[in-house]
Design a binder for this molecule. Structure first.
Ligand SMILES: Cc1cc2nc3c(=O)[nH]c(=O)nc-3n(C[C@H](O)[C@H](O)[C@H](O)COP(=O)(O)OP(=O)(O)OC[C@H]3O[C@@H](n4cnc5c(N)ncnc54)[C@H](O)[C@@H]3O)c2cc1C
Length: 500
């Protein structure tokens, strides 16, 4: 029995995993023959459904597989269950729920509206059927989580975006008082109660093909190679290439930038193994390039209920380049693009007039300035010199902002919060990224089958959670989306494979 995990274990766990070198326990990549015949393989373990990864999507898959009458075996690379899911914020999007009706003004919300909002946020560059399937079933996942003992007590909504029709918006982010640990300990306990078996320290290395069909997995269990037979199918739930620098360099420049210069706090076990294994046998990949990035200092655009610290984001020319209170992953995407476009840092600029709205004080900022993590100027020109931007441009930028604030309307970017003039002394810091994981992975269809590059389902291969893709577009559309996808596609995959 594994110990119950609390949120405080998160960073500690990350450090200790790296320290013991557990992540190096897997065999690296494929070296063997893919086209076996039945007699070629000696099987060491066997289950109807074999699931790779005991994170959120994997455990959900296991539960539904057992409920549908199949045996379910999860192979987990590390010595703990939960992956990033159990270390997350534990909030999940859903529409048309009883909780939403009770706690918000959005009493007529529907899964269809929810889907359309996501699709517009993605500029249509998602698989609309997958998105609709996920949102129109979201209500049932909240009810299921409630049946495991969770009580949803609070609701919030994603910060605004100009690319989606505001009439489609609703507060959809469901939260409990027990966080992700409460949620995924409950999911884990349900998996155990249902008879799902989890093998820890068991790294899936490669898919085993027999007569052109995925028949099982080659894995490293406690240092020994084992062949695990999957009678009905294999479900890849190993999340994205969150900590794989090489894959990120090839597949997602933004994620590569974050991995090499910023903080990536997804579970260290997530190194893109399942995506690599799928690609090795011809799986298609899709919707790569996005990341779940937060601004590291201001939490700008974290949700619609948290107003922005009155500040502006300026580029190396001292000019605003975006709407600062758009949803966080959109502002982060634009910040990354600005850094790449100019090859220079971008800054968050604010003033003494902003301090009453946040946690920072004159003294804390002075201490930060002494430490080199913030900049202070009595005049705009002095601040501009310290951060190396054109002083006249920065003066013009702040003047335009302050003139707009006389009427409370941001004429440049239509910002909705933090609408306060900026007066001196002036402050700035270089804005960075807190990365919660990469986006993009194996292309799946409505039955969670992994597709090859011609759109054909690879026999007996399925994927769910952040290892699967097609349901998130170019930027992360708001908190709670990943867990909705994990629970939805995880549960669905388990049920479908078990029912074959
Ligand atoms: C700090 C933080 C807060 C977040 N908050 C939220 C939130 O509140 N709401 C939300 O929707 N999203 C949130 N996210 C994002 C979300 O938590 C993740 O995207 C999601 O949990 C991923 O779930 P998953 O099932 O795909 O993978 P995971 O839950 O990460 O599970 C993957 C598992 O696969 C295992 N594995 C990997 N490779 C192998 C292998 N070769 N063999 C066997 N096992 C393997 C891993 O060890 C891991 O246990 C947050 C992320 C972070 C980092």
């Amino acid at each position: 029995m594994k110990k119950q995990i609390t949120r405080r274990d998160f960073l500690k766990g990350t450090a200790s995993l790296a320290a013991v070198g557990l992540l190096g326990a897997c065999a690296s990549g494929n070296s063997g023959e893919q086209n076996n015949t039945t007699t070629d393989v000696k099987w060491d373990l066997e289950s109807d459904v074999v699931i790779l990864g005991a994170g959120g999507s994997g455990m959900c898959a296991g539960i539904e597989a057992r409920k549908a009458g199949a045996t379910a075996l999860i192979l987990e690379k590390t010595d703990a269950y939960g992956g990033t899911s159990i270390r997350s914020g534990g909030i999940i999007q859903a529409s048309g729920t009883r909780v939403q009706k009770e706690l918000t003004n959005y009493k007529d919300d529907t899964g269809e509206k929810h889907a359309e909002y996501y699709i517009q946020e993605a500029s249509g560059l998602v698989d609309a059927d997958l998105v609709k399937d996920m949102t129109t079933n979201s209500n049932s996942h909240i009810e299921w989580l409630e049946s495991l003992g969770l009580v949803f007590t609070n609701m919030s909504g994603s910060a605004h975006v100009n690319c989606a029709d505001e009439s489609l918006y609703a507060d959809r982010i469901h939260g409990t008082d027990v966080g992700a640990a409460g949620m995924f300990n409950a999911v884990h306990d349900e998996a155990v109660n249902q008879g799902v078996e989890i093998k820890y320290n068991c790294c899936a290395d490669k898919l085993i093909m027999v007569d052109g069909v995925v028949a099982g997995v080659e894995a490293t269990l406690d240092g020994n190679k084992v062949n695990v037979k999957a009678n009905k199918g294999v479900i890849i739930c190993t999340s994205s290439f969150d900590h794989n620098v090489e894959m990120a360099k090839r597949l997602s420049p933004n994620h590569y930038y974050d991995l090499t210069t910023q903080h990536v706090v997804a579970y260290p076990g997530n190194t893109g193994d399942g995506i690599r294994m799928g690609m090795e046998i011809g799986a298609d990949i899709t919707n790569l390039g996005g990341v779940i990035d937060l601004t590291s200092r201001t939490s700008a655009g974290i949700n619609r209920q948290t107003p922005l610290l009155p500040c502006i984001f300026v580029n190396s020319d001292g000019v605003r380049y975006q709407c600062e209170d758009n949803t966080y992953a959109l502002t982060s995407k634009q910040r990354y693009e600005e850094i790449i476009r100019t090859g220079k840092p971008v800054y968050t600029v604010f003033g003494a007039s902003s301090l009453p709205y946040g946690a920072m004080t004159e003294d804390s900022l002075k201490a930060e300035a002494d430490a080199g993590t913030a900049f202070v100027g009595n005049t705009i020109a002095e601040l501009a010199e310290k951060i190396g931007v054109n002083a006249k441009n920065l003066e013009r930028t702040i003047n335009i902002w302050n003139e707009d604030m006389a009427t409370g309307v941001d004429t440049q970017y239509h910002r909705q919060s933090g609408l306060t003039p900026i007066t001196g002394p002036y402050y700035a810091f270089e804005e960075g990224f807190l990365n919660l994981g990469a986006i993009g992975g194996l292309r799946i269809n409505l039955d969670t089958q992994v597709l090859d590059v011609n759109g054909n389902a690879i026999p007996n291969l399925y994927a769910a959670g952040m290892a699967s893709a097609g349901w998130i577009g170019q930027f992360y559309p708001g908190s709670g989306t990943a867990l909705l996808g994990c629970v939805h596609f995880g549960r669905k995959a388990g049920k479908i494979v078990a029912s074959k």
